[in-house]
Design a protein around this ligand. Sequence first.
Ligand SMILES: [Zn+2]
Length: 381
Amino acid sequence: MINYDLVSTLLKRSDKKLLTTSLYLDLSSPQFTTKDAEIVLKGLIKEKKQELDGLPAGREGRQSVAEDLERLSRFVGTELDRKGAKGIAVFSCSAAKMWEAFPLPGPVRNVLLVDRGPYIRPFTMLLDEYERYCTVLVDRERARVFAVTMGEIEEQSQLLGDVPGRVRASGWGGYEERRIERHIEDHVHRHFKRAADVAYDLFQRKKFDRLIIGGRPDVLADFEKVLHSYLKERVAARVSVEASASLEEALRKTMEVHRQIEERSDRELVQRLVQSARAGGLGVLGLRATLGALRRNQVHTLVVEMGYVEKGVVCDACGFVGTDEQKCPACRAETRSVPDVVEEAIREALRRDAKVAHVSPAAGLADEGHVAAVLRFALTA
Ligand SMILES: [Zn+2]
């Protein structure tokens, strides 16, 4: 399972002065064979040919990269074990004897990149999207429990509540009816409890972040009462779905709800950030201010707009990341231009154990400079 610790460990270990080769391959299509993967890699290497020829010679330069490419070709040709992975990320720096391959839970764009450091933006985007959630569809007689990971729905359990039918009984002043009614309610209650237990088991195994419950509103209200408190606080939405809904229908509804939740939380994050930045609180907006906050170790969460790319500079001597400084303000060395300073900012954030959030262009960050940060502490002037 990929996580932020893996990538920040990778960054801390990698030598910023050496060239690292990063490869991402999309394996999400079941028709895509190992042979296809080899062809894709060959194509990527060919595309890069000119750029690779221009690399500095010697152990730290061309030779190390040539070894990386050889090893990558060998890996893709003979060692690639998909095991249900939707993609793969490989980071190699032969000069530093570093080789890390990660199966990915979601699709990625095919990329081959040689840079001073692993290319991690696609990796962190996947981590951000990689939210697990659980859906429970419930009525008074049946329950279905689904686990959803990276848009893949998997039915975990189907329960039949064993609820006795309603019997017409005549008795003394409705006594018998009330007794049967109670009897039925006991069964329904036990059925809810069982469904709640299945969801809790799943939570313990899969540690999902959100729970979406679907059913009739009155049923959901009763069901929610028996949920474990850990699950109660994870209920993100209550969706009106019949327990008899088809798998596709249930998936469609919960995916839609989940997408709305994601969009809403992106928008809320940006709104909160803008408010606190304007109030001089725990937020900064825009690339320049964000890079400054990163250098001062103030960043709790770096927030970047998906797809936003901006040129910038880095100082190889001290690690300074900036927008257009020709000389490093920290150590006076010449800076080097980079095609995507957002990638550099993400690396810097992860090296400092900050979090990274990728928000959709619809979240409103474009008006605020596309890049922002939630701060750990504010600096008083
Ligand atoms: Zn410097």
